[in-house]
Design a protein around this ligand. Structure first.
Ligand SMILES: Cc1cc2nc3c(=O)[nH]c(=O)nc-3n(C[C@H](O)[C@H](O)[C@H](O)COP(=O)(O)OP(=O)(O)OC[C@H]3O[C@@H](n4cnc5c(N)ncnc54)[C@H](O)[C@@H]3O)c2cc1C
Length: 444
């Protein structure tokens, strides 16, 4: 079964053959790449987008497409670990991103089921964290309130409601923007040199490069493989009659709910990639669906993964201190709809030499030691363990990215890297980056 967004088909594009010249080259045509390219083009730059596969065939094709500034319990986390000013900036930038979606949709006349709705985080057990989040979000300037009143079909202890949020059909939106962009498909970027982006069959001479490949494709400099891991979650589209007045996320049960034209999308059962070796995630999600949405038919079923950073903030800005004209947008922590929009404005401002008040908050060069040290040590430890396991074991399947030992995910019948999130189907073909190559045949 597949996602419910696949009713949209994109026009097919040629692959790059030979030489191209452009002011800016965007690598990756997911939502982030498309939005960044659109913004740069609207500011007068010539832009070329290079896509390894097809437009929006990656994480964007399997999202649940809530456009929100409410990202779990982020405001309490940022306020405590980074600072209250940063929490306010985070809210402001994401809230502006929602408004920007509406502006663009109106300006282009895009029919993409965009709907303004409130969003909620709810708890079915302890409300202590929810109350703390209410305080931190209020201090950050969020238009929000604590409530017990929701349209969920099950009982809750409490919820935090954010006003002026939105949801949409991500592929209808992206298709309308992609139409006006110069995109080459089936064109994986293999190398980047000063002023050049190289593929197997061509190259682009360019001044500015933006890496919007979900997981960054260059290991050094940048070292993103040490600073983020990936998490996978599962989703079901249900033909339920239940009417939801907003979008929901459970902070204790981890379930995500929103409506769509035809029913409800239910998401959840997240795990770090490579950590579902016994399986059962999809079954548990189906059990939850039949308990709470009686008689609902399953119209679609899919899974998706996203990059999770140590401090909960994405990396948007210069790829590294040594690359003044090379930019990156990654680490969206499963909130890539609003954050891709934030990235499009921030990166375009940086390229134009304009001041942007969110640059410091999202810079990949930041060192939020208090917020990030625990996650960094955990990720580094896990990488070291799986890398050594991969080195000492001759029999185990290894990831072509950095050699870590792969783990089976029985729910998907795939092999996953627990360190960096690469994924392979049962025949060893690469499905999820950062790996670029298939598993070698002799590994089986
Ligand atoms: C289960 C789940 C639910 C989610 N729901 C939401 C939600 O409700 N709201 C929200 O805000 N966010 C949500 N997200 C997160 C969101 O879907 C992602 O953050 C977002 O789609 C990422 O977009 P992207 O453009 O960075 O990546 P992608 O869409 O993956 O695009 C990257 C593109 O780069 C291409 N590429 C890779 N390598 C190369 C190369 N070498 N050369 C050229 N191209 C390359 C890929 O083929 C791909 O097309 C969810 C995530 C998950 C896991």
């Amino acid at each position: 079964m597949s996602t419910i967004w696949e009713d949209v088909t994109f026009e097919k594009r040629e692959s790059l053959q030979g030489l191209e010249v452009a002011d800016c080259t965007v690598i990756g045509a997911g939502l982030a790449g498309v939005l960044i390219a659109r913004e740069l083009q609207s500011r007068g730059f010539s832009v070329v987008v290079l896509e390894a596969d097809r437009v929006c065939s990656g994480a964007t094709a399997r999202t649940t497409a809530k456009i929100t500034s409410q990202h779990g319990l982020i405001y309490n986390r940022i306020s405590r670990q980074i600072g209250k000013t940063q929490a306010r900036l985070y809210y402001e930038s994401n809230q502006k991103a929602i408004d920007r979606y509406e502006e663009i949709i109106k300006a282009y006349g895009i029919d993409c089921d965009f709907k303004r709705l409130p969003s909620y985080v709810y708890s079915r057990s302890n409300v202590y964290n929810l109350l703390q989040e209410t305080l931190s979000a209020t201090n950050a300037g969020a238009k929000c309130r604590y409530t017990k009143d929701t349209s969920l079909p099950f009982g809750i202890r409490g919820a935090l409601r954010f006003e002026d949020q939105a949801q949409f059909h991500p592929l209808k939106f992206a298709k309308a923007l992609a139409k006006n962009l110069k995109i080459y498909e089936k064109t994986p970027v293999t190398r980047i040199e000063d002023g050049k982006v190289l593929t197997q069959s061509g190259e682009v001479r360019t001044q500015y490069i933006v890496c919007a490949t979900h997981y960054p494709i260059i290991n050094i400099p940048g070292f993103y493989f040490l600073r983020q891991h990936q998490e996978r979650s599962y989703a079901l589209a249900l033909s339920s009659q239940t009417k939801l007045d907003g979008m929901y996320l459970g902070i204790d049960d981890g379930h995500s709910l929103r409506s769509f034209d035809g029913g409800i999308i239910l998401g959840g059962e997240k795990h770090r990639t490579g950590k579902n070796t016994k399986g059962g995630c999809l079954c548990r999600l189906k059990d939850f669906a039949s308990e709470n949405f009686e008689g609902a038919e399953i119209l679609g079923s899919w899974s998706n993964q996203d990059c999770i950073t140590h401090d909960g903030l994405p990396f948007i800005g210069r790829y590294s201190r040594f690359s003044p004209r090379f930019f990156v947008a990654t680490g969206f922590n499963k909130w890539g709809m609003s954050l891709s929009m934030v990235a499009s404005e921030l990166i375009a401002d940086m390229i134009c030499g304009r001041k942007n008040e969110y640059e410091k908050l999202y810079t990949p060069a930041r060192m939020n030691i208090r917020a990030g040290a625990g996650g960094f040590l955990l990720d580094a430890g896990s990488s070291a363990y799986h890398l050594i396991s991969g080195l000492v074991s001759k029999k185990e399947r290894k990831c072509p990215h950095l050699g870590c030992r792969l783990q089976k995910n029985p729910d998907e019948n795939t092999w996953e890297c627990p360190c960096h999130g690469s994924g392979f189907d049962k025949t060893g073909q690469v499905k999820f980056s950062p790996a670029k190559k298939n598993i070698e045949k002799k590994q089986g």
